[in-house]
Write a protein that binds this ligand. Structure first.
Ligand SMILES: [Zn+2]
Length: 577
């Protein structure tokens, strides 16, 4: 009697699929062999020889548990020296058969079809495969380096005429069994102390304040260095090959010494040229382990490496060219509540230079469901809590919190002193407050200054809302009222209604009941309008109107419309400028 073999779960979901796969594979492959121990654990791994040119290639295919929705992985079993330069992982020989995602894979395919269609292209590099630069950082960082650790570098650094020197590594350290080190290369020096490169980008707060420094020797390899297993042995070889003498360890903790070394190597860039690659090797152990002499010298000393993260100014904001108009710009946001706070966060995330945040409110627990930050901010001034969050997450943005209620004077300041902080030099202003008086006031001040004003607001029942762009020479807030009366501009649903509202305990009035996920529709459109206005320097006002509900108050898919907002013939509020 045949012993039943446990197969993959997918084969019981799609009975016969495994037999179908293997039958097709055997038609072209020879020496097909199933890994029985893995099959008993529910994984299908097949080794076989596949025709390639005049000969056969030894391959191994692993079917994921998510097969057939996700494709099998195929790797070369031949010696590393035979692997081609591209589309093969230097670590384990996995062949990149279908680009980086699975979009080109279809559950109707099978392994034999995948190999027939793609293997030659991938290995010979002359087919329709994605063009690809050798992703050396990806290979290295993927190989279990020190956890929760990193070394920051700047991709703009280039000093390929220099072959060795020292560098200043500033760091913070968590002394655990396996140390966690987060650091930045602040300066790269040549042997004669010429400064070759210097850090100029933003840093996380803990690193900006880091005082601890190690001077590390660096050497250049003339060619790209790709990792292979066992990577510790490879690192040791690189260290011995380039470092010459081992050098003295540095004591960095109560019972921890480290001995770092850095190898710089050229990484190919897509489209030609090279960028400096970094391998930051790190030996660590007790001072006693480093003190041992002779044959047991390496005993008790561990060796690993830091993941390399690219965080120079040029590395940070190159992936969203659409947001480029925000660079170097100063934006004032009046009202950092449910609509304004997400606007501020999005502007900071996308690389605005400076944000001025004006509000007088504090964060209440009951309002947290309409605010980006939760319980950790309860009781704090919204401006301060948001400023702290933004500074820690987006250290390249200057944040100016202005705690002030427009229309009130206090010991802390007047409207004029608040506006002096918020408005002067602002390139564009966002009004996310719920006060038409404030809008008139800000419109007047902005037009005098020549700054555009984006006014965003929801209707009381949140049937919709609008985002309005006011520019010099365009319509004003009074023009907008006339335009809505004569219907040259749309009125958002729910404009004239009084919401049923909920009056929470301790609250003086019925509160707005809209949801954050609806309000953010308005926040995000405001950000788009800010970016577009900065890019195009819009010459005329416009109104973007959002409908979230229909005339019967039923939810619809968010629907936007847009109309121009010229000066209205009935309006006399001409700007005095
Ligand atoms: Zn007007």
């Amino acid at each position: 009697m045949e012993v039943p073999v446990a197969g993959p779960l997918w084969d019981s979901h799609f009975p016969g699929l495994m037999a179908w796969e293997l039958e097709r594979l055997r038609k072209r492959a020879r020496a097909v062999e199933i890994d029985q121990p893995k099959l008993a654990k529910g994984l299908l791994v097949v080794r076989f020889e596949w025709p390639f040119g005049e000969s056969f290639l030894a391959l191994e295919a692993s079917f994921p548990s998510s097969y057939p929705f996700l494709r099998p992985q195929v790797r070369l079993l031949s010696g590393r020296e035979d692997w081609p330069e591209h589309h093969v992982s230097p670590v384990d020989g996995t062949v990149c058969l279908l680009g980086r995602d699975t979009a080109q894979w279809s559950p109707a395919y099978h392994l034999a079809k995948l190999l027939t269609d793609q293997l030659e292209n991938a290995l010979l590099g002359d087919g329709a495969e994605d063009p690809q630069a050798e992703p050396a950082d990806v290979w290295w960082n993927g190989l279990a380096p020190l956890p929760d650790s990193y070394c920051l570098v700047d991709s703009d650094w280039k000093f390929d005429e220099e072959s060795q020197g020292r560098l200043d590594f500033f760091y913070v350290l968590d002394e655990c069994e396996t140390p966690r080190i987060r650091g930045v290369i602040r300066r790269v020096l040549a042997d004669d102390d010429t400064v070759l490169a210097e850090w100029s980008g933003p840093l996380p707060a803990e690193l900006a304040q880091a005082k601890r420094r190690i001077s590390v020797r660096w050497y250049r390899a003339g060619h790209v260095v790709l990792p292979h297993e066992p990577v510790v042995a490879q690192l040791r070889e690189l260290r011995n090959q380039h470092l010459g003498g081992l050098g003295a360890p540095t004591s960095v903790g109560k019972n921890l010494s480290v001995r770092p070394f850095v190898l710089v190597h050229p990484i190919e860039k897509l489209g030609g040229g090279h960028v400096e690659g970094w391998i930051f090797g790190l030996e660590w152990g007790t001072p006693r382990a480093f003190g041992k002499k002779g044959r047991r010298a390496d005993h008790g000393i561990k060796l690993s490496f830091l993941p390399i993260l690219r965080a120079g100014s040029g590395d940070l904001h190159q992936r969203v060219p659409d947001a480029a108009p925000l660079r170097g710009k100063r934006v004032a946001v009046f009202g950092v509540g449910a609509i304004g706070a997400p606007i501020a966060i999005e502007l900071a995330r996308n690389g605005v230079a400076e944000l001025r945040l004006v509000d007088h409110d504090i964060v209440e627990p009951g309002n947290s469901e309409r605010w980006p930050l939760g319980a950790a901010s309860w009781g704090r001034r919204k401006t301060e809590a948001l400023a702290e969050h933004l500074r820690s997450q987006f250290p390249d943005v200057t944040i100016v919190p202005v705690h002030h209620q427009l229309g009130h004077s206090s010991e802390q300041g007047t409207d004029d002193s608040a506006l002096a902080l918020a408005l002067v030099g602002a390139d564009i202003v966002v009004d996310a407050m719920v006060s038409s008086g404030v809008t008139y006031f800000l419109w007047d001040r902005c037009m005098r200054q020549g700054a555009s004003l984006v006014k965003v607001g929801a209707t009381p029942t949140l049937g919709g809302g609008s985002v309005v762009l006011y520019v010099r020479g365009g319509g004003c807030p009074v023009c907008l009222q006339y335009a809505r009366i004569d219907e040259s501009v749309a009125t958002p649903p729910g404009g004239g209604e009084t919401p049923l509202g909920i009056q929470p305990p301790g609250c003086g009035e019925r509160t707005f009941t809209g949801a954050d996920y609806d309000l953010q529709e308005l926040s995000l459109q405001s950000v788009r309008l800010v970016v577009d206005t900065l890019r195009e320097g819009k010459q005329s006002g416009l109104v973007q109107t959002l409908a979230l509900k229909n005339m019967d108050g039923e939810r619809i898919l968010p629907r936007w419309s847009e109309q121009a907002l010229p000066q209205h013939i009935a309006c006399c509020a001409k700007p005095d400028i």
